[in-house]
Design a protein around this ligand. Structure first.
Ligand code: NAI
Length: 462
């Protein structure tokens, strides 16, 4: 039992970043984590392992489809699934151990076990009760399934099971054309699985820019993924290791069945607050089960704060990290702040999809006068050389002031390219500011500048 300035519950990107920032600001800090390794969902069963499999399967795709075009002979590349899983595990280990190192470096105590809050100012881990002036809940989220679907993480899996299947399935049905469904669906499609995505809505990646959605769907179909849109999955039954998915086509109201080896349920996530005793403490939750906080991440109970997937807003690791830093700064008497208007979203398929700020649909709905500058990667020399010319950059700017309101990219390295627009938006830049900034040639980034030029007198290479 010890006494701390801050105890952070959960060591995912929100929690561990918050703990480090608290320690850097001179607060005596501990972090509670019940898993065997630090890093939460993101490092153990989320962002990091999925990116390892996306990277490996993309290399296979390149070897199969593009090597010969460049005079590289790598005939009939094969997949050693056990080794690929081993590579994934090594990547996870390297990252989780890195957090352990950072905790030691910053003198943060790792309280091993699942934490609960008996009362404000106290965190119980195992049989020990630790004292804390401030408690930050960063307990994250868990997959939310559908009624009528039982997850066994073997035949009917969430993202966690999909990252660790025994073998590459011949057929996979993905329920939900959101980020998880499309990233993991892409992995298995590249590894040779027949992937069919069933989506409730009429568009994939709900809420994204409509033009990006259409281009993305076309590209994914070209890559071999099949889509059934406007269909609500009702149930999944499993018999002798095979699954049968029943769904209703919403417009026609007809019921259909689909047999498959594996079903990936990717229908969203919900806050994970089990065991914290929030009810007994009187911590108020929203109707969707998220912890309610004010602008300073304070919950309804003094001394208890919450950040990341457990509160409102997009369930993104980097949003959690930013909130983690902000709350640490607030607790240290500084002015911590997150600009929710400039939080990028990235889908790590190939090509990548990246977005920040407002979409055309949102601007139209708000009645805002805007202009759209668009540039196709077909006009980008680097993209053409790298067989990566499918896609575009679109920048949206205010008609009168030219201030950048949003950017939407589908194309090579979109997840990295988006950040120059994020920085520009943070500084309240106009599209002309980006357009007048010298961009090295030949880079993918030139496409961003060209889109900014297209908001003015016109792009050069289109
Ligand atoms: P999601 O909310 O992105 O997509 C779920 C999809 O399932 C929706 O399109 C929805 O219409 C559909 N759906 C729901 N019920 C259905 C039914 N009965 N039949 C057919 N379709 C149905 O959720 P997802 O992909 O599970 O991701 C969860 C969270 O994790 C998201 O907040 C996402 O942002 C985050 N995440 C982010 C990543 C990234 O930033 N690259 C990677 C992975 C996850």
């Amino acid at each position: 039992m010890a006494s701390y300035d801050v105890i952070v519950i959960g060591s995912g990107p929100g929690g561990y970043v918050s703990a480090i920032r608290c320690a850097q600001l001179g607060l005596k800090t501990a972090c509670v984590e019940g898993r065997d390794t630090l890093g939460g969902t993101c490092l153990n069963v989320g962002c990091i392992p999925s990116k390892a499999l996306l990277h490996a399967s993309h290399q296979l795709h390149e070897a199969q489809h593009n090597f010969a075009k460049m005079g590289l002979i790598a005939e009939d590349p094969k997949v050693d699934w056990v080794k690929m899983q081993g590579y994934k595990t090594e990547v996870i280990d390297g990252n989780t151990k890195g957090i352990e190192f950072l905790f030691k470096k910053n003198k943060i105590d790792w309280l091993k076990g699942w934490g609960s809050i008996p009362a404000a100012g106290q965190v119980k881990v195992g049989d020990d009760i630790h004292q804390a002036k401030h408690i930050i809940i960063a307990s994250g989220s868990e997959p939310s399934s559908l009624p009528g679907i039982e997850i066994d993480e073997k035949t009917v899996v969430t993202s966690t099971g999909a990252l660790a299947l025994d073998k590459i399935p011949s057929k996979m049905v993905v329920i939900g054309a959101g980020v998880i469904g499309l990233e993991l669906g892409s992995v298995y499609a590249r590894l040779g699985t027949e992937v069919e995505v069933i989506e409730f809505l009429d568009d994939i990646t709900a809420g994204m820019d409509g033009e990006v959605q259409k281009t993305f769907l076309r590209i994914l179909k070209k890559q071999g993924l099949k889509f059934t849109m406007g269909a609500a999955v009702q149930s999944v039954s499993v018999k002798k290791g095979k699954a049968t998915v029943s769904y209703v086509k919403r417009k026609k109201d007809t019921t259909h069945k689909l047999e498959t080896d594996v079903v990936l349920v990717a229908t969203g996530r919900r806050p994970y607050v089990d065991g914290l005793r929030l009810d007994a403490l009187g911590v108020i939750l929203t109707a969707r089960g998220q912890i309610q906080t004010d602008a300073h991440y304070a919950t309804s109970v003094p001394g208890i704060y919450a950040i990341g997937d457990a509160i409102t807003g997009p369930m993104l690791a980097h949003k959690a990290e930013d909130e983690g830093m902000a709350v640490a700064e607030i607790l240290a008497g500084q002015a911590g702040h997150v600009n929710y208007d400039v939080i990028p979203g990235v889908i790590y398929t190939h090509p990548e999809v990246a977005t920040v700020g407002q979409t055309e649909e949102q601007l139209k709905e708000a009645g805002r006068a805007y202009k759209a500058g668009k540039f196709s990667f077909m006009g980008n020399g680097r993209a053409k050389a790298n067989f990566a010319a499918d896609g575009f950059v679109k920048i949206l700017a205010d008609t009168t002031t030219d201030r950048i309101l949003g950017a939407h990219i589908i194309g090579p390295m979109a997840g990295d390219l988006i950040h120059e627009v994020c920085v520009a938006m943070e500084f309240g830049a106009a599209a002309e500011d980006l357009a007048r900034t010298c961009h090295a040639h030949p880079t993918y980034s030139e496409a961003v500048r060209e889109a900014a030029l297209a908001c003015g007198d016109g792009a050069i290479h289109s």
